[in-house]
Design a protein around this ligand. Structure first.
Ligand code: DAH
Length: 343
């Protein structure tokens, strides 16, 4: 009996000593396990009950129980204190200085091509055009034959084509989309078709891949004057109030008559400068009245319906509008160049 009491006193003392310099709750847990866990002094004491004579067991049991309650209390009290201190320390370390200037996030800008395409889409959708996007890998039929350019037609030489197979090619012009639309939809038709086109061509003003914007209007009574009126509106919106257009005769297999469209020079107002090479005019696009053979081929009666079409190079418009002198700049992705288009 005496020995159990003494043992309890001794254990208490061991616990007090062990807890004297504990600074971390993790360490405290280790100590607790050492005493209270399997093989620890406190748990071993419970085991020694076996050797206590039966008549003494109730009292010894009570004493051991009191020891357990005492040490539990001791550990949890210290644990609470240490954890509170640790939390306080962590809060202090993780304090955010809300007055510190933030790092600026780097953000990009829209590519000049995208800016021009968006502007064109805005202008033409304002006039009631719908957007149609055709495929970049196209059938020879849509890109040439149906556009009144059969296999042996000399106009095929106007464009150096990337062929994938005798029937398939990378489209050389968004005009291919005209046929796809007219095959499916009957007049009135009013579509705008932006997209990438490909030609085996590479210099300061040509790239093997570039972008075009095509327009097509077909209905009863459409005349060249409608094209002219629409182009005037386009020129004013894209290049500025006061900019005029003029039509010059040209040739495209799918239009008759065909025209080349110039805008009056928006840099010098038509007086003549470096941009317009002293002429006062700048060529911006090709257009014309849809050739009746093209309408017929799509099952549209050319005696009832007429239409006009136009096609322009988006890079060319961007270069003119932003004064870019080398087309390569539009394809290199140099951030120093692109940064200049941030608004
Ligand atoms: N597809 C022609 C080209 O790439 C541009 C063009 C000319 C489109 C006249 C048209 C048009 O729709 O009517 O050179």
């Amino acid at each position: 009996m005496q020995s159990v009491k003494e043992k309890i006193k001794e254990i208490k003392q061991h616990i007090e000593e062990a807890l004297e310099n504990v600074k971390l709750s993790k360490k405290l847990y280790e100590i607790k396990m050492k005493f209270m866990g399997k093989g620890g002094e406190v748990s071993d004491l419970s085991k020694s009950m076996r050797d206590v004579p039966p008549e003494e067991r109730p009292e010894v049991g009570k004493l051991i129980n009191e020891l357990k309650v005492w040490s539990d209390g001791k550990f949890s009290e210290l644990d609470e204190r240490l954890k509170a201190e640790e939390l306080k320390k962590r809060y202090a370390e993780e304090t955010v200085d809300v007055t510190m200037p933030a790092k600026r996030a780097a953000y990009g800008a829209l590519h000049p091509n995208t800016l021009i395409r968006n502007e064109l889409v805005d202008v033409f959708s304002g006039m009631g055009f719908e957007i149609f996007e055709g495929p970049e890998i196209e059938n020879d039929y849509y890109n040439f034959t149906a556009l009144n350019t059969p296999a042996d037609h000399p106009a095929r030489d106007m464009q150096d084509t990337f062929y994938i197979s005798p029937e398939l090619l990378l489209r050389t012009q968004t005009s291919a989309g005209q046929i796809r639309v007219m095959e499916k939809k009957k007049p009135p038709i009013k579509i705008l078709s932006p997209g990438k086109v490909y030609r085996s061509d590479d210099d300061a003003t040509h790239s093997p891949m570039f972008s075009q914007m095509e327009g097509l209007v077909v209905d009863e009574g459409i005349a060249l004057s409608d094209l002219k009126g629409m182009l005037d509106e386009f020129a004013r919106k894209i290049f500025g109030e006061g900019v005029k257009t003029r039509l010059r005769p040209s040739y495209f297999p799918f239009t008759e008559p065909s025209v080349e469209v110039d805008v009056s020079c928006f840099a010098c107002g038509g007086a003549g400068c470096r941009l317009c090479k002293g002429t006062g005019w700048i060529e911006v696009l090709g257009a014309g009245m849809v050739n009746r053979r093209v309408l017929e081929g799509c099952g549209i009666d050319p005696d009832k319906y007429t239409g006009f079409a136009f096609g322009m190079g988006i890079e060319r418009i961007a270069m003119l509008k932003y004064g870019i002198n080398n087309m390569k700049l539009l394809f290199e992705g140099d951030v120093r160049f692109l940064k200049q288009f941030k608004d």
